[in-house]
Design a protein around this ligand. Structure first.
Ligand SMILES: Cc1cc2nc3c(=O)[nH]c(=O)nc-3n(C[C@H](O)[C@H](O)[C@H](O)COP(=O)(O)OP(=O)(O)OC[C@H]3O[C@@H](n4cnc5c(N)ncnc54)[C@H](O)[C@@H]3O)c2cc1C
Length: 396
């Protein structure tokens, strides 16, 4: 396994659980034992959790894996015909089978190396950002996707002044469209976050090596002590350049998560054709990291089972949990199936090409659990729209 986080660890545990008794090597370039990322932009940033709570396994749990755990070691190259992974420190490790689980790397802007500019991917990033936020400055978050909106919510929860900047007209527009985006904007405004949507960032301003502001396309400058760049990510495939693997949007695999004979990929780095939706996907979702790692490990052991999940994602912002099950094409129909947006509790369904393809819950976990079946069954959109969904039990 290369990549010792959610997907790499799950793949290793799956192999052991299913009887792999041979050598198992887990290589990760971070020095921390495998940890979970979702709390980084939530409980770790606000200080609700001590950092140790994000660690995925106790030392005893890791020891039970009986793996050669190579932490703080970076894979630098892959020799496919020679079946070897070359590490940056000069040694190489042979393999019979390989699972690539190296995740993604945050996108940056020119000026990212200025003091006061942060990204958020690792535990170290989160601790550095928390320390900066504790100094109580003005925070500008550039990019209002899930990560950016969560960071802004955490900053406001800590009582800081937070501004979210986004070139699209509303936050989270790309995954969920204008209507849900407008509700997310309202949620943030209600909590005192300033929004500057529909305007791009042109550059970061600085003085003496420290960021001082964010210049926008309309000529205005937002003063800032701290700038958090949440601009999306790129698959961490640099070390695979020249390996001969197909590297498009991530490591391109087949439906078995196999990139080449005996070489699999899982988690944020992997792209594969999902037979359930008939489309190629690469998901940056926590649940997918686990499920795909289990599937890749199973296929490595001979399952020959196409990986056909329904994607699931959640985000926590202030007191709101948004859960998304399925896919959300920009031209999908959207219907509120339960509740109302003004009550702060609703479930929306998305229909596309005559099928129910997505369900989005806004503080309605029970309704999402009920309706997600329709996505799984690829239920006809007409049947769904004919169903008086509000018959579902109200929450609480
Ligand atoms: C702050 C944050 C909040 C999130 N919140 C949510 C959420 O609320 N809900 C949700 O569904 N998802 C969330 N996610 C996404 C979710 O955490 C990821 O989908 C999941 O962590 C992916 O796991 P992974 O193992 O594929 O990749 P990663 O967790 O990125 O692990 C990859 C590991 O490989 C290492 N690596 C990279 N290159 C090399 C190399 N060459 N050699 C050795 N090691 C290498 C990396 O350093 C890293 O440790 C969040 C992500 C972040 C960053």
């Amino acid at each position: 396994m290369v990549g010792a986080a959610a997907a790499g660890l799950t793949a290793a545990e799956t192999l052991r659980r299913r009887g792999w008794s041979d050598d198992l090597v887990l290589i990760g370039d971070e020095s921390h034992p495998p940890y979970d990322r979702p709390p980084l932009s939530k409980q770790i940033l606000t200080g609700a959790w001590e950092p140790e709570r994000a660690i995925l396994r106790s030392p005893q749990g890791l020891a039970r894996l009986e793996a050669d755990l190579r932490l703080g070691q970076r894979a630098a190259a892959l020799d496919v015909p020679g079946r070897r992974v070359h590490l940056a420190e000069g040694v190489s490790i042979g393999f019979d089978a390989l699972i690539i689980a190296t995740g993604v790397t945050p996108r940056r802007l020119p000026g990212s190396d200025l003091a006061g500019v942060h990204v958020l991917r690792t535990l170290d990033d989160a601790l550095a950002l928390r320390a900066a936020l504790l100094a109580g400055p003005d925070v500008v978050v550039v990019g209002a996707g899930f990560l950016g909106t969560e960071v802004a919510a955490a900053a406001r929860t800590m009582g800081l002044e937070a501004t979210l900047v986004e070139p699209e007209p509303v936050p989270v527009r790309q995954p969920f469209g204008d209507r849900i985006g407008a509700l997310v904007a309202e949620l943030h405004r209600d909590h005192g976050t300033r929004l500057r949507c529909g305007v791009p960032v042109t550059r970061l301003r600085s003085a003496g090596g420290r960021v001082t502001g964010v210049e926008l396309g309309d000529g205005t400058t937002l003063p800032a002590d701290i700038v958090v760049l949440t601009l999306g990510s790129t698959p961490a495939t640099g070390w695979l350049t020249g390996s001969g693997l197909n590297l498009g949007n991530g490591v391109e695999c087949d439906a078995l998560c196999q990139a080449a004979p005996g070489i699999y990929a899982a988690g944020d780095v992997a792209s594969w054709p999902n037979p359930h939706f008939g489309t190629r996907m690469r998901l940056e979702h926590r649940m997918n990291a686990t499920e795909q790692a289990m599937a890749a490990a199973g296929n490595l052991l001979g399952d020959a089972a196409p990986f056909a999940p329904v994607p699931y994602f959640w985000t926590d912002q202030y007191d709101t949990r948004i859960q998304a099950y399925g896919i959300f094409p920009p031209d999908a129909d959207l219907r509120i199936a339960y509740g109302t947006a003004s009550d702060g509790q609703f479930t929306a369904a998305y229909g596309h090409h005559g099928r129910v393809v997505g369900v989005l819950g806004w503080n309605t976990p029970r309704q999402v659990r009920t309706l997600c079946r329709l996505v799984l069954e690829r239920a006809p959109w007409t049947a769904f729209t004919a169903t008086p969904a509000p018959r579902l039990a109200p929450v609480n």
